[in-house]
Design a protein around this ligand. Structure first.
Ligand SMILES: Nc1ncnc2c1ncn2[C@@H]1O[C@H](COP(=O)(O)OP(=O)(O)O)[C@@H](O)[C@H]1O
Ligand SMILES: [Mg+2]
Length: 462
C-alpha cells in the first residue's frame, strides 16, 4: 500500500488530473456526507449547473436521482447497475472509498461513456427480452393442460375419493403417481392436477415413455447441446424437462421406462438437476406427475422397476377405478359423452333407449371410459335419428368376449365384426397379462411389435 502511494506521488499532477478529468471519463467523488468533492467536466452534459458550481453541494441537489451516497451506507461497491441520466440508461460503477476500515467517501463513474452504444445495447436486449417472452407465451400456449376437474365425470365413492385426493395433491408440490387400467382417465387427472396447481400458467409437458424408442429416451427427456452429434442433429435439442421448466412434466406410462433411464430419472428427482448430453448439470424447477397401467409392485419384484424410484414417485398415489366397478356412474357418463360428441358431430342424437342402456350396463368395459366414449362415438355415427338404440351398439357388447354373428340389419360388415372380435381378444389377453405386452403377445402367439400395431389401431395403447 505504502509502496503504491510512493509510486502515485511521483506521477506528475497534470497527468493525474487528466486521468480524473478527460472527455472519456464521467466521474464524481463525494465525501462521507455525500457532498461533491469532484465532478469531471464531461459530466456537465448531464447536470443542470456548471460543473464547478456543483462542488460542495450534496449529490442529490445536483443529480436528484443519484445513488452514489448509498454505497457509503452499505460500504459495498456496486458495479454494472444501470442508471438513467438525461433519460438515457447508463451502466455505472459506484465504489466506496475507505480509510482504516471506515468509509470516508465514494466515487462513481459512467462505465460506458458512449451513451449511444449502451442505449443501442439496451434496446437490443429489450427487443430480445420481448422476443423471449413471446416464445415463452407461445410455449405455454402449446404446452398447456387440456382438462380440469370439471371435466372429470363421476359420483361414485371411488371417483369422489380420487378427485379429492387429486385436488389436495394439486395444492402441494410433491410428486404424484396415478395408477389405473388403460382408459380410466389417468391423463385427464394429470392435466387437472396441473391446472389446479400454482403452476397452472406454466407449461404442462406430457411425455409418453412407451412411445419413445429405448435409446432415444435420454435425448427426449434431457436434450443435447449443439455439436454433440453430427449431421441433422447438430443444432442441439431441447429436452422435455427443460420445456417443462417452472411447470409440470407428466411422465405417462412410467412403467415402460428402461432401467438405465430409471436410474437417471431418480437422480434428477433427487438433485432437481438435469444434464443435457454434451452439457453440464443445471438446476431445474419442475413438478412431476407420473402415470402407469402397469403393476409397479410386481415389476419391483421382477426387478424391472427400481425400488428407490418407486418410493420417490409414490408420495401420493391416486388409484383410478376401472369402469366395471363404477356402474352407477354409467348413465351420467353416457349422457355426458353424447353431449360432448354432438358438439363435434353434425348429429341430433340426444338420448339413448333403456334397452341400449341396459346392454351398456351389462358390459364389463375392459377398455374403461375410453372404450365407452369410443363406442358411443361409433353408435352416434350409425344412429340416424335422435335416440341411440340397441342396433347402433357394436355386436357382442354386454356379452363375453366371444364371437357372435350380428344380424344383418346391424349394418356391421364382416370386416368390422372381425375387428371387433380381434379387439376384444387383445384386450382380454392384455388384462390377463397384467398389461404386460410381452406376455400378452406370447399368449396370443404374435410378435410384440405386431401387438403394438394392433393396440394402436384399436386405440388400446395409452
Ligand atoms: N372421469 C371421466 N370423465 C369424463 N371423461 C373421462 C373420464 N375418464 C376418462 N375419460 C375419457 O376417457 C378418455 C381416456 O382417458 P385418459 O385420461 O387418456 O385415460 P388413461 O390415460 O388412463 O388411459 C379421455 O379422453 C376422456 O374422454
Ligand atoms: Mg393414458
Amino acid at each position: 500500500m505504502e509502496k503504491q502511494q510512493n509510486v502515485i506521488d511521483k506521477i506528475p499532477q497534470d497527468i493525474l488530473f487528466q486521468v480524473l478529468d478527460n472527455p472519456y471519463e464521467s466521474m464524481i467523488i463525494v465525501d462521507q456526507d455525500g457532498r461533491i468533492l469532484f465532478i469531471s467536466k464531461s459530466y456537465e452534459d448531464f447536470i443542470p449547473i456548471p460543473h464547478e458550481e456543483a462542488v460542495g453541494k450534496h449529490l442529490t441537489d445536483v443529480i436528484p436521482n443519484g445513488q452514489l451516497h448509498t454505497v457509503i451506507e452499505t460500504g459495498r461497491a456496486k458495479i454494472g447497475a444501470t442508471f438513467t441520466v438525461s433519460g438515457q440508461p447508463r451502466v455505472i460503477a459506484r465504489i466506496p472509498l475507505k480509510k482504516d476500515g471506515k468509509t470516508i467517501g465514494a466515487y462513481g463513474k459512467l462505465m460506458f461513456w458512449h451513451a449511444d452504444k449502451v442505449g443501442e445495447l439496451y434496446q437490443r436486449i429489450n427487443a430480445l427480452r420481448g422476443k423471449i417472452q413471446l416464445f415463452k407465451d407461445t410455449l405455454n400456449a402449446i404446452y398447456k393442460s387440456n382438462y380440469g376437474f370439471d371435466n372429470i365425470i363421476g359420483n361414485s365413492p371411488l371417483i369422489k375419493h380420487a378427485k379429492e385426493l387429486a385436488l389436495q395433491s394439486a395444492l402441494a408440490d410433491s410428486p404424484v403417481l396415478i395408477t389405473g387400467e388403460s382408459g380410466t382417465g389417468k391423463e385427464m387427472y394429470a392435466h387437472s392436477i396441473h391446472r389446479a396447481s400454482k403452476r397452472r400458467d406454466k407449461p404442462f409437458v406430457s411425455v409418453n415413455c412407451s412411445s419413445i424408442p429405448k435409446d432415444l429416451v435420454e435425448s427426449e427427456l434431457f436434450g443435447y447441446e449443439p455439436g454433440t452429434f453430427t449431421g441433422a442433429l447438430r443444432k442441439g435439442k431441447i429436452g422435455k424437462f427443460e420445456l417443462a421448466e417452472t411447470g409440470t412434466i407428466f411422465l405417462d406410462e412410467i412403467g415402460d421406462m428402461p432401467l438405465n433411464m430409471q436410474v437417471k430419472l431418480m437422480r434428477v428427482l433427487q438433485e432437481k438437476e438435469i444434464e443435457k448430453l454434451g452439457g453440464k448439470p443445471r438446476k431445474v424447477d419442475f413438478r412431476l406427475i407420473a402415470a402407469t397401467n402397469r403393476d409397479l409392485e410386481q415389476m419391483m419384484e421382477d426387478n424391472t422397476f427400481r425400488h428407490d424410484l418407486y418410493y420417490r414417485l409414490n408420495v401420493v398415489n391416486i388409484r383410478l377405478p376401472p369402469l366395471r366397478v363404477m356402474k352407477d356412474d354409467l348413465p351420467m357418463l353416457v349422457n355426458h359423452f353424447i353431449k360432448e360428441i354432438r358438439q363435434v358431430m353434425p348429429k341430433d342424437v340426444s338420448s339413448i333407449s333403456d334397452e341400449a342402456m341396459e346392454i351398456i350396463t351389462k358390459h364389463s368395459w375392459p377398455g374403461n371410459i375410453r372404450e365407452l366414449r369410443n363406442m358411443l362415438e361409433g353408435a352416434m355415427i350409425r344412429c340416424k335419428g335422435a335416440q341411440i338404440n340397441v342396433e347402433h351398439l357394436p355386436p357382442g357388447l354386454g356379452k363375453p368376449a366371444c364371437v357372435k354373428l350380428s344380424d344383418t340389419t346391424s349394418g356391421y360388415t364382416l370386416r368390422e365384426q372381425m375387428e371387433n372380435a380381434e379387439k376384444a381378444i387383445i384386450r382380454e389377453a392384455l388384462e390377463k397379462a397384467g398389461q404386460n405386452r410381452t406376455k400378452a403377445a406370447k399368449m396370443l402367439g404374435i410378435h410384440r411389435t405386431g401387438l403394438y400395431q394392433k393396440m394402436k389401431k384399436y386405440n388400446l395403447a395409452g
